[in-house]
Design a protein around this ligand. Sequence first.
Ligand SMILES: [Cu+2]
Length: 205
Amino acid sequence: MKGPVFILTTSALAAPLAAAWAAAPAAVQVQIVDERGLPVRDAVVELTPNGGWRGGAIRFGWKSAMAQKSVAFVPGTLIVPRGSAVAFPNLDSVRHSVYSFSKAARFEIDLYGRDQTRSHSFPVAGTVALGCNIHDQMRGYLRVVDTPFAAKTDQNGIVRLSGMAAGGYQLTVWHARARAPGGELKRALAVGAGANSQKIALKLR
Ligand SMILES: [Cu+2]
């Protein structure tokens, strides 16, 4: 009698275990280096599920805000979800006029001064290069994305993305100085359950 009872018990346990394994979230670490092997900071790494993100509204752990401070865009590179309104607060005592000629967003915001802010919405995914009509040296970049799995590399060139399901993804790496069409490098990536890691070399200008 013990044999059949034992078999029944293991099969009853096996189904939930198998389901838990398939749904186990994955984590991906990506390191971006240049041609000399040195870490590249402020590269944007994005993982988009094959077939697109279907998980609902995307929110990041940072503000959708690009300030103007000390006559520079801060942060210089900002990731925002597609469709979001981005704030452009002016923290300087001088006036700025933010614009972009990028395909993903052509717009211009009239001059505005200290402690004032303006906002603009970005319904198209892609790169938006920002400039200022008054200060030619000001350069900033928005990456408007359609996936919650996106982040900028740190000083070690590393990004850690987590919480995605195992499966097929498109990995996109963008950097303002990347020597690639649109500054982008794309490759297919099979993400397994648990930890995954990738090291990618970018050619920079
Ligand atoms: Cu300016």
